[in-house]
Design a binder for this molecule. Sequence first.
Ligand SMILES: C[S@@+](CC[C@H](N)C(=O)[O-])C[C@H]1O[C@@H](n2cnc3c(N)ncnc32)[C@H](O)[C@@H]1O
Length: 366
Amino acid sequence: MNHLMLYCRPGFEKEMAAEIQDKAVALDCFGFSRVVENSGYVLFECYGEEDADKLARRLPFRELVFARQMLVMTHELAELDPSDRISPILAAVANYPQCGELRVETADTNEAKELTTFCRKFSVPLRQALRGAGKLTQEETHRRPVLHLFFLANNHLMVGYSYTTNNSPFHMGIPRLRFPGDAPSRSTLKLEEALHVFVPADEWEIRLRSGLNAVDLGASPGGWTYQLVKRDMMVTSVDNGPMAESLMETGQVKHIKEDGFRYRPTKKNTYWLVCDMVEKPARVTHLIASWFRDGLCQEAIFNLKLPMKKRYAEVEHNLDMLKTWLAEIDEHFVIQAKQLYHDREEITLHVYNMQQLVRRKSGAIQ
Ligand SMILES: C[S@@+](CC[C@H](N)C(=O)[O-])C[C@H]1O[C@@H](n2cnc3c(N)ncnc32)[C@H](O)[C@@H]1O
């Protein structure tokens, strides 16, 4: 088989299919997608024999908006004998190189949740069998492919592999974050996930350091502000709605009851701009670009709420506009976009200026 498999949020299979179709062409890979609505994954069947592997190596995973995971699917095993599921799996991976990790997974759907316990239990004897067969090792795991078994039922699965340099490091492509009990809203996990996905951990000391100034547009009741306060930043929270008392008591939050589209800081000392306002995507995109044009922030994370229809087209349209506007200001802007696990009918974008960041890292600017 020569399929690229992409996990996505259930309900976004069409968007995932449109995106992979578009982006595969750029690498001269052609094919078609098999889409089952609400399945939580898409199979892109490539015409070229080696194309699925080529895409898994060369299509940058971080640039895919709707993909939670990307792997090469080599075998589909159906109607497995419950008394021996392991032998057919060993046969399927006979030509695989030694893998550094095993992930026994399912789709992120309610039906598939029932398989979670089975997957966890099954992974124990399977891991042993794979090690015994020399297909799995604990040495140099970062250099070796990840072996994925994606169960559709307890006797039906897909077998595939991903590259550690170009995949999601998380089981099922989902980072497990614990909801902080003292946060004012569950939305807090959206910003926390965005920081994990977009800001490399070894740069947190510079980019998320204490004392930085931040502005949170559409801040009430304060889930995003909470993430910034937790990192000892000083936050201006703009919203006509109330902010959680616990945040105001920290002394780190200034609450401004104003329209987020009108608010402008008086000083140019804001590092982070974050924005979670429920508004038309084009209006938010334009607002964020205008902050960069006016030199009012250094990095931004913001959400675009997607319409019910033509969601992929809307994403592309906004990304194109943003690219054009930012390129007019400076050629060093980087834009990242992802539908995060904690995003629902929305995607999250991140913008920063690479040249400024390099200068900051070298200590040339504070
Ligand atoms: C999804 S909620 C934000 C939740 C927040 N990020 C949190 O984590 O608690 C959207 C917020 O945007 C605010 N909002 C919408 N339009 C706005 C505008 N034009 N100016 C300021 N706030 C706005 C709403 O009042 C609402 O509180």
